[in-house]
Design a protein around this ligand. Structure first.
Ligand code: PMP
Length: 436
């Protein structure tokens, strides 16, 4: 193992839980271990991927390692001192409310403010009565799978897609089926063909889960001219669209893409989150549910959490009421744009010509593609030896077997760190290509 010098004063070694999950999924492609006391484990839980990822996690904590793995937002740019005062005020002035159980759907004030946030993106008709606050949008994915799927049903996803959603869906014993995407997102004709063949085989398709803006992990955005067609195809097949849009406000420049939900209130269940535009530790996400489905979704969510965390909701409301949250989003957009450019510049400078990558218009991630025949999972260990960690592509797909892709996150590291991380990664990939 080589010794690497720390870069700047950044916490470069942290992996998010999501990063750990992703590594776990990737590792599960490589190892198949029988769980201890397997007879106790439900069929449902046995579907959740587990593996030797903790070993990798331990290794990845070594000082000086650069993590381009986790999708952490850069919280250092938040007004922490003022937020501290705001938190203290909530406890001293409204402590009995803040520390008490609250309504299962979330506070009225926050649900109204969430409608204001969604209006920024073009959803102008949202009724707070149809907003359900969830423990991050991660738990909304779980609730959606619980409410809408039976074991054996099909959930359609993009390939690649968000690892946390795959884990959430698969725990409900559904068949997660990938739909072809290209540089403009879901290919409508391919979506139609997939639906046709599954329907002909007698399968029941319940959900189309899509991340239309700056997909995690690919960075790809669904082209505006495809958006309505995708919803129309789903509607005609009686499939509910689950639109997951945590990065939508983080477009680097220009007009924001119009959410699928904006023009399709009855056909799209929209998931949003404060995690990327404010802070993920609060675990505040939401679902904007079609009116006719709201009650079932709400009751299922209540069965999981009773109520969303009251203090966190009051704190989030204070932030949205008292701070220039739009200015903060603008700060994030500019910051992530610079970091993305630093990553793309470094890739251009260091990567072998056989390697290609996406150029996202927003969000946190770039998706790197290597030549056919390369498996990026073992390269993870070589990367760690070289002082850089990424997430192998196998984490983000239902396609079994090796993946020739990997995900790089530019959100959490400084430009200098990103540059150094790519400089370290390039020889690892070059060696793998030379060995083909
Ligand atoms: N969806 C996507 C596409 C994500 O990338 C993430 C977090 N990485 C989530 C959902 C979960 O976000 P939250 O913190 O709101 O649970």
């Amino acid at each position: 193992m080589t010794q690497n010098q720390p870069i700047g004063n950044e916490a470069t070694t942290q992996l998010t839980e999501e990063g750990v999950d992703a590594l776990a999924r990737a590792a599960a492609h490589a190892t198949k271990e029988a769980p201890a006391r397997a007879s106790l484990i439900s069929d449902r839980a046995a579907k959740i991927k587990q593996s030797a990822v903790r070993d990798v996690f331990e290794i990845s904590m070594q000082p000086g390692l650069i993590s381009l793995a986790g999708g952490n937002p850069y919280l250092q740019s938040l007004p922490l001192a003022e937020l501290g005062q705001s938190a203290a005020r909530i406890i001293s002035e409204r402590g009995l409310e803040a520390l008490q159980y609250g309504g299962g759907q979330g506070t009225e004030e926050l649900r109204q403010q969430i409608c204001m946030v969604m209006a920024e993106e073009g959803i102008t008709d949202a009724d707070p009565a149809n907003v359900v606050i969830t423990a991050g949008s991660q738990s909304a994915q779980d609730v959606a799978a619980k409410v809408f799927t039976n074991p054996g049903d099909v959930v359609l996803v993009e390939d690649p897609t968000y690892v946390g959603a795959l884990n959430a869906f698969e725990a409900y014993q559904v068949d997660v089926v990938s739909v072809q995407v290209d540089d403009d997102g879901i290919v409508p004709a391919a979506l139609q063909a997939t639906i046709d063949s599954l329907t002909a085989a007698g399968r029941t398709i319940k959900l189309l889960y899509t991340i239309p803006n700056f997909n995690n992990p690919s960075g790809v955005t669904l082209a505006p001219e495809r958006r309505q067609e995708v919803v129309d195809i789903a509607r005609a097949a009686n499939i509910l669209v689950l639109e997951d849009n945590p990065y939508g406000l983080l477009k680097f420049d220009g007009d924001l893409p119009r959410p699928l939900r904006a023009d399709n209130p009855d056909d799209v269940l929209y998931l949003g989150s404060l995690s990327k535009i404010f802070a993920p530790g609060l675990r505040i996400g939401w679902a904007l549910v079609p009116a006719h489905l709201k009650q079932t979704f709400y009751l299922a969510n209540e069965a999981v959490t009773l109520c969303p965390p009251t203090f966190n909701q009051l704190f989030a409301s204070a932030y949205l009421r008292e701070y220039d949250w739009r200015g903060q989003v603008a700060t994030y957009r500019a910051l992530y744009q610079r970091r993305c450019e630093a990553l793309l510049d470094a890739l251009r400078e260091f990567m072998p010509s056989e390697v290609s990558w996406t150029s996202p218009a927003g969000g946190f991630f770039v998706w790197v593609t290597l030549p056919e025949g390369i498996d990026t999972y073992p390269l993870l260990y070589q990367g760690i030896d070289a002082g850089v960690v990424f997430v192998p592509g196998a984490a983000f797909t239902t396609t079994p077997g090796p993946s020739r892709h990997l995900r790089l996150a530019f959100s959490a590291a400084t430009e200098e760190t990103i540059y150094e991380g790519v400089r370290r990664l390039a020889p690892v990939l070059a060696n793998a290509i030379a060995a083909l």
